[in-house]
Design a protein around this ligand. Structure first.
Ligand code: COA
Length: 371
């Protein structure tokens, strides 16, 4: 008979990884041994993706080669191009991305291989294509023209260009780039775990990423950032404290707060709070409301903001539509998911835990007419 499970697998070590590490008590996060505070604002998203997928922070030559591979990988497959308009009409953003990534597998030249070299190439292509999928989806649903990517801009800069239709300021591109760095990987979060479970059956990278996208979509995971913005927009700025107290008293969860692993401030929130403040000059309302919410939630429940809380106002200030916040999370996390698939395939064992049976026993079968 199996042991009692830990509900939600809390504190269960489900995999060994060299990709990221969290010290939940100290509120620290590391990618391959580098402190997130050293990477954020210093390393670009492209460098971070290289670190995760290829094992090292790239030197100039490696970065140039990797960036060129990303640019070549931006091309979308024929099946995606043929279906994107209908998908944009019928599916919400995260559903659409689930479909589009699945379709993109059909035209990937390495689709039938899970060999290490093929996985590295697919990881780069998926990372390059995800921002373009979001931008193409958004253009298809709004009918707005999609500006061509500018080769002088980073992934972050091009995404802002293609979503807003305007070339972003250098600072806006830098700040968004840091957002992508902050969201790139995070140990055994639910979507990464889903990707690894899928990959561990020796299924292919696109299948694992589809599992991850479906998992990220939920409001207890990546979907929280959109919910935060909706909360900010729904509150009367002069009644923030009372409204938050009322919600908590009614047993409601406030999205963007709490974390399974961090027992203190999420180090990513430290950066995002600062960015939100910096970007708030012209529209201080949402930053100020966020600060007030943070104070009340801490005072009442002792909970800290997680990565999704200040990401909401930051994305809003950068001109990103609210229903693309979770897709933005997927653009960044693609670098980590693909790195985890590479790692899983490199040293694989099927992930197949046990369960505790809590149903009836010794039932007697009866023919259908006697039930
Ligand atoms: N607002 C209000 N109360 C919260 C809360 C929140 N955001 N997060 C946790 N709590 C409370 C729970 O109600 C519970 O209280 P109780 O013991 O009195 O019942 C306690 O804190 C533990 O919460 P639980 O949901 O069991 O913790 P968890 O480790 O399973 O969940 C999260 C972690 C992140 C899912 C949870 O904090 C949450 O739902 N947060 C909001 C969604 C969110 O922001 N997700 C993004 C995560 S990066």
């Amino acid at each position: 008979m199996a042991d009692k499970p830990t509900k939600g697998l809390a504190d269960v070590v489900a995999a060994s990884t060299a990709l990221s590490d969290i010290d939940g008590k100290a509120g620290r996060l590391f990618y391959r041994g580098y402190d997130i505070h050293d990477l954020a604002g210093h390393a670009t998203f492209e460098e971070t993706a290289h670190l995760l997928q290829r094992g090292t922070l790239p030197n100039r030559e490696q970065l140039q080669a990797y960036s060129a591979e990303l640019v070549r990988g931006r091309e979308l497959g024929a099946l995606v191009a043929a279906n994107i308009a209908e998908i944009a009409e019928k599916q919400k953003p995260m559903e659409a991305l689930r479909s589009l990534v699945s379709l993109s597998g059909a035209d990937d030249p390495d689709k039938s291989s899970i060999e290490p070299e093929a996985n590295l190439r697919k990881a780069a292509r998926l990372t390059a294509q995800q921002p373009l999928l979001v931008a193409r989806y958004h253009a298809a649903r709004t009918g707005a023209p999609l500006p061509d990517a500018d080769p002088s801009l980073s992934i972050a800069g091009n995404f802002l260009l293609q979503i807003t239709g305007r070339r972003p300021s250098e600072r806006a591109a830098e700040l968004f780039d840091t957002c992508l760095v902050l969201h790139a990987d995070h140990t055994m979060n639910a979507s990464t775990f889903a990707a690894r479970v899928c990959a561990a059956t020796l299924s292919d990278m696109h299948s694992a990423i589809v599992a991850a996208i479906g998992t990220l979509k939920g409001p207890l995971h990546g979907g929280a950032n959109e919910q935060v913005m909706k909360t900010l927009e729904s509150l009367d700025p002069s009644q923030v404290a009372q409204s938050v107290r009322d919600k908590l008293a009614a047993g409601e969860k406030i999205m963007g707060f709490g974390h399974r692993v961090y027992k203190t401030e999420d180090p990513r929130a430290t950066h995002l709070r600062r960015m939100s403040e910096e970007l708030s000059a012209e529209e201080p309302k949402f930053y100020q409301m966020s600060k007030e919410m943070e104070e009340i939630v801490f005072e009442t429940k002792g909970l800290y903001p997680n990565v999704d809380f200040y990401a909401a106002s930051v994305y809003h200030y950068l001109g990103i539509p609210t229903d693309l916040f979770t897709p933005v999370f997927s653009i960044s996390r693609m670098s980590g998911w693909t790195a985890h698939v590479i790692e899983q395939h490199a040293d694989n064992r099927l992930i197949r835990p046990d369960s505790e049976y809590i149903g009836e026993r010794d039932q007697k079968w009866k023919p259908i007419d006697e039930r």
